[in-house]
Design a binder for this molecule. Structure first.
Ligand SMILES: Nc1ncnc2c1ncn2[C@@H]1O[C@H](COP(=O)(O)OP(=O)(O)OP(=O)(O)O)[C@@H](O)[C@H]1O
Ligand SMILES: [Mg+2]
Length: 365
């Protein structure tokens, strides 16, 4: 006989889960919403204070377990969400132009965002190799994975250790290849079905800036590279407004559609007064690993022409090359593993251009 679960079965099970901080069950507290039950598959949202995000993970797990124990339950997903921002944060739309001051300035001289209009264009690969290139240019560098929806930096740098809390109650970033690294992927189980809504993303990113010990043995970090979540939605816009960014690097692929998306990304930074340090064209041409031949599958020159038209620097073309992917997948990015290879060259050249423009910005300030 087949057992079917009803919404009231699920709610009954959830009434047995208490929020330890408030001593009442999560249904009575009004934390459960968006309940969806279909043939034993159960999904629901658990609304928490955006300031408490990660700390609520055990409660999310407990809620999921309580429902999973029901007879007939198949796949159960409890999704943490934050509808409201903490009272001291202005809502995204009303936020005034320019970054609101952080509660405590992070120990970082300059913050640059690596962004793209759409996903999958190689943003994280660029962020990692740019950070490594800036390190090779002699700067002290941090890398922050703000892609809370799909953090990939830990995999790209083969990092698995859970960060510890240091003496000053701040999270200690992990160190690898001379970089200081922090990612949400290091703090939560990669498989946890967590969907962070806009406000949650912002507060997580702010927390990363404020509560991570970025300083280098007491000295300020020269530059923090931020791998942004893909897209140009509210979350990204607010990020651009609230984090004191020194500049943004836009990653695009040569197809027209990706360029249109890149333009959206660029517009977003312009609207928020964040200087665009340049556009980099990824997967610009295909490098055959067998004959070394170059094929321009998507045409050529689109991003450079676009950058010229928009009056922003062009930071170069990165080939689509199997080595770039395999080294990334192995946790040893090309700039670290093969700094002298032809594939590392465009990343190093881009890093030098970014370092130069940061230097001139710092001199002008
Ligand atoms: N130039 C390149 N040559 C070959 N493979 C590449 C190149 N750039 C990126 N890749 C590969 O493409 C895939 C997507 O890259 P990446 O994760 O950097 O993109 P992303 O824009 O950060 O994606 P997401 O939007 O999911 O965060 C990865 O497997 C990566 O190794
Ligand atoms: Mg990414």
């Amino acid at each position: 006989m087949l057992f079917t679960i009803s919404e009231s079965d699920v709610l009954k099970a959830l009434r047995r889960v208490q929020d330890p901080a408030r001593g009442q069950d999560i249904v009575t507290l009004g934390m459960v919403s968006g309940l969806h039950v279909a043939k034993g598959d159960v999904t629901f949202l658990l609304t928490v204070d955006s300031a408490q995000g990660v700390a609520m993970e055990p409660l999310r797990q407990a809620a999921e377990d309580a429902v999973a124990k029901l007879r007939g339950a198949r796949k159960v997903s409890a999704i943490l969400t934050a509808e409201r921002e903490p009272a001291n944060d202005a809502p995204p739309v009303a936020a005034k132009k320019g970054p609101a001051p952080l509660r405590e300035m992070p120990a970082v001289r300059q913050i640059i965002a690596v962004a793209s209009g759409k996903g999958g264009v190689g943003k994280s690969t660029v962020a990692v190799n740019l950070a490594l290139g800036l390190r090779r240019a002699g700067l002290s560098v941090g890398l922050m994975d703000a892609d809370i929806y799909g953090p990939s930096i830990p995999r790209m740098l083969n990092l698995h250790e859970k960060p510890v809390i240091g003496e000053n109650k701040k999270l200690v970033p992990l160190s690898t290849y001379g970089l200081k690294v922090m990612s949400m992927g290091l703090l939560v189980d990669e498989a946890a079905p967590m969907i962070w809504r806009g406000p949650m993303v912002q507060s997580a990113v702010r927390q990363f800036l404020e509560d991570v010990e970025w300083s280098n043995d007491g000295a300020m970090l020269d530059v923090l590279v931020v791998d942004m979540p893909p897209g140009t939605g509210d979350a990204q816009l607010t990020l651009a407004q609230k984090v004191p960014l020194s500049g943004a690097v836009i990653v695009s692929t040569p197809q027209d559609i990706a360029l249109i998306d890149a333009r959206k990304g660029l517009e977003m930074f312009r609207r928020t007064d964040v200087p665009v340090l340049g556009i980099v064209e990824n997967m610009s041409y295909f490098c055959c690993p067998h004959c070394g031949g170059r094929s321009e599958i998507f045409g050529h020159g689109g991003a450079r022409a676009e950058a010229d038209k928009l009056g922003v620097p062009f930071l170069g073309e990165i080939p689509l090359h199997a080595l770039i992917r395999t080294l990334s997948d192995a946790g040893t990015p090309v700039v670290a593993a093969r700094p002298d290879s032809a594939e590392a060259k465009p990343y190093l050249a881009m890093a030098q251009m970014v370092a130069d423009s940061l230097k001139s910005k710092a001199a002008a300030a």
